[in-house]
Each structure stands twice: as C-alpha cells, then as structure tokens.
Design a protein around this ligand. Structure first.
Ligand SMILES: Nc1ncnc2c1ncn2[C@@H]1O[C@H](COP(=O)(O)OP(=O)(O)O)[C@@H](O)[C@H]1O
Ligand SMILES: [Mg+2]
Length: 223
C-alpha cells in the first residue's frame, strides 16, 4: 500500500535520508521510532507529499511522488488521516465545526455531514462536547477530536506524528487505545513516537530511523 524505494531527501544544507527503503501493507500497524531529529516528521511529510524526494520514489495507493500532479494532492490527502502532536484544531470554531469543515470541502450533503460528524465524535466519546470550543477541552480531549477529524473520510492510512507527545502517561494510553480501535476496523497506522512505553504496549511492526536509513527493529513486549 505504501512504499519508499531508494529515497533520498535533503533540506537545504541538511541531508535527512539516503537510500531509504521500506514498505507498509494494507491494514498494518507500524511504529516509526528514532531519536529527535532522526527524520520521523520528514518521513510522514513525504507520505502526504508535503515534500517530495530528491531521488527515489514514494508510492501510496495509486499515487507516486514522480507522477503526482498538484491538483491530485487533495485526493491523496483524503485517503490519509493525519494526527499531529500539537492537535492543530481551529481554535476559533467549535468541535462540530472543526469536523464539518472537512466534509464541506468535499461538497457532502448537510444531513450526511451531521451523521458522519456525530458518528466520529461518538467513536472517540466526545459527542456531548460538540458545541465546546477546542481550548475548553483538555489536551487528551483535543487529541481525540483530532483523531475523529482524521477518520472522517475513512482513510486507508492514519499518519500519527508523536500524537502522545504533549500528554501524560494515562492520557497517552487512552489515545493509543483509540488508535488501536481504528486499526482494528482495518485502517493501516504509521505511528511516529519516541515513547518506548507506548511501543511496548502493542505487538506491531517497528521501523527505526537511524543515519538516514530505515531498519526493522524488535522491542521486548510487556508481559
Ligand atoms: N523545514 C526544515 N528545514 C531544514 N531542516 C529541517 C526542516 N525540518 C526538519 N529539519 C531537519 O531535518 C532533520 C529531521 O527532522 P525531523 O523530521 O523533524 O525529525 P524528527 O521528527 O525525527 O524529530 C533534523 O536535522 C531537522 O533539524
Ligand atoms: Mg518530529
């Protein structure tokens, strides 16, 4: 479903990846680990094609980094659900509007928007907060809203960039459970983190970034 083949990527004066290779299968849960600066966020940006490789190829679904056209990017992004460490909600709109906004962009009928937004908020246990503003919610609740927003278009892949990075350990576990629940419905997950407590909780594939390359890694599971 997703593959990186011989990917080189540099920012101006900052090489990040040289000959990076890995693949993700449909429905797979994969952790992306590596110390700060190893390139986790850069790799995720290459997946949603916010940036393109200098050489090599990123392929996802029917799209690839060599042939994708700018007008096709919104269609690619609709197949992806993206969750960031800092939530990135629109703080001047309520929770319902943060989600309905996504579906209005695709001309979804109003009735269907209502149903899908309420279903997504129910899934993360926050439908009763739909008329609250983002900053009236706790960090964990804001992240649950961000996850609900990410799954609205029924993506094939969730990209999560340190989604528990701003949260305490108990709240982090809750967020992990919600993402696992989504995974169990068939969605692939690529979960970047440097929180080994989180990684130990799931029996998932682990890819480690080091020195500009990707390695398969193994961690001891918690009994
Ligand atoms: N926009 C940018 N311009 C230049 N260098 C960047 C930019 N973003 C990240 N970097 C550099 O690229 C490397 C990888 O960064 P990043 O992908 O953010 O790592 P991680 O998410 O694993 O912490 C780091 O050396 C970082 O300083
Ligand atoms: Mg990062």
């Amino acid at each position: 479903m997703l593959s990186f083949s011989n990917v080189d990527f540099s920012y101006p004066n900052q090489p990040v990846f040289t000959d990076l290779n890995f693949e993700l299968e449909h429905g797979e849960f994969t952790f992306l680990i590596g110390k700060s600066g190893a390139g986790k966020s850069t790799l995720l940006q290459l997946v949603y094609m916010n940036i393109l490789p200098n050489s090599g190829i990123v392929q996802i679904g029917n799209y690839d980094s060599k042939t994708i056209k700018p007008r096709e990017l919104p269609y690619l992004r609709r197949k992806l659900g993206i969750v960031f460490q800092e939530f990135r909600l629109l703080n001047d709109r309520n929770i319902y509007e943060n989600l309905s906004f996504v579906l209005e962009a695709t001309n979804t009928p109003r009735k269907e928007i209502k149903r899908r937004v309420n279903d997504a908020l129910t899934d993360v246990g926050l439908v009763h907060r739909r008329y609250s503003m983002p900053l009236e919610l706790s960090g964990g609740e804001q992240q649950r809203v961000a996850i609900a927003r990410a799954v609205l278009n029924d993506p094939i892949l969730i990209l999560a960039d340190e989604p528990t990075g701003n949260l305490d350990p108990d709240t982090s576990s809750e967020i992990l459970e919600i993402i696992r629940k989504i995974h169990q419905r068939g969605t692939a997950v690529l979960f970047a983190t440097h929180n080994y407590e989180i990684v130990k909780k799931v029996n998932a594939k682990i890819i480690k970034l080091e020195d500009g390359k990707a390695y398969k890694a193994v961690l001891k599971q918690k009994p």
